[in-house]
Design a protein around this ligand. Sequence first.
Ligand code: PGA
Length: 254
Amino acid sequence: MSPGTRTPLIAGNWKMYKTVAEAEEFIQALLPRVSTADGVDVAICPPYLCLPAMLDSTRGSRVEVYAQNMHYAEAGAFTGEVSAQMLLEVGVHGVLLGHSERREYFGESDRALQLKVPVALDAGLRPILCVGETEEERERGDTERKLRHQVQEDLAKVPVDRLGDVVIAYEPIWAIGTGQVATPDQAQEAIAFVRALVADRSREEAERTRVLYGGSVKPENASELMALPDVDGALVGGASLDAESFAAIVAAAR
Ligand code: PGA
């Protein structure tokens, strides 16, 4: 499959970091650093409260603004939750779904994700679905089984012709926030496998599907990862909090 036809995406997952004031400071430092990054899509995923300010500050730039989570219902008695409509109203472009921290600490289930992914697509929000194995699963030889389960379950209700509109982020959980990045071979193998799972439903859509690598991506390792044939970009946590290092990762994807 030709990676040349897919525009790389570098997305920064801020997690629960940055106040609005800190986010403003960051974005003013980032924008001039990525203004010439042609051929790369750039997104930041700030906390909900920073979304309006970041949408304002990035208007007219190449930087898109994504939320970190979303409920599948349009509205309802779901204290603490935010719907696709609410994100759309403020102009959000996309949404992270199923990050391993949501799955691990907040009970995010494959069943809920099965509902969330098509709701996001229908609303016009680009979903980034996160999948990945634990260290234990890798050691047991269960990496493929885990990925197959997550990809098949979470995309089960996505119509075939929309599969290519879902971005999938392969994030081995043992690599998240640990500094222990997957080797190029591990990343390429898992990401090619993820793409093959999409191809089981549609080869054509699998060629359109962008599959990102995530887990301890840094300016020092980004070029090597981005050069892998099936890797279409990165989901970056820690290194996305600093404008200079995030911009360096964007530059590596060019
Ligand atoms: P990390 O986080 O880059 O800090 O490892 C990645 C993620 O959680 O998406």
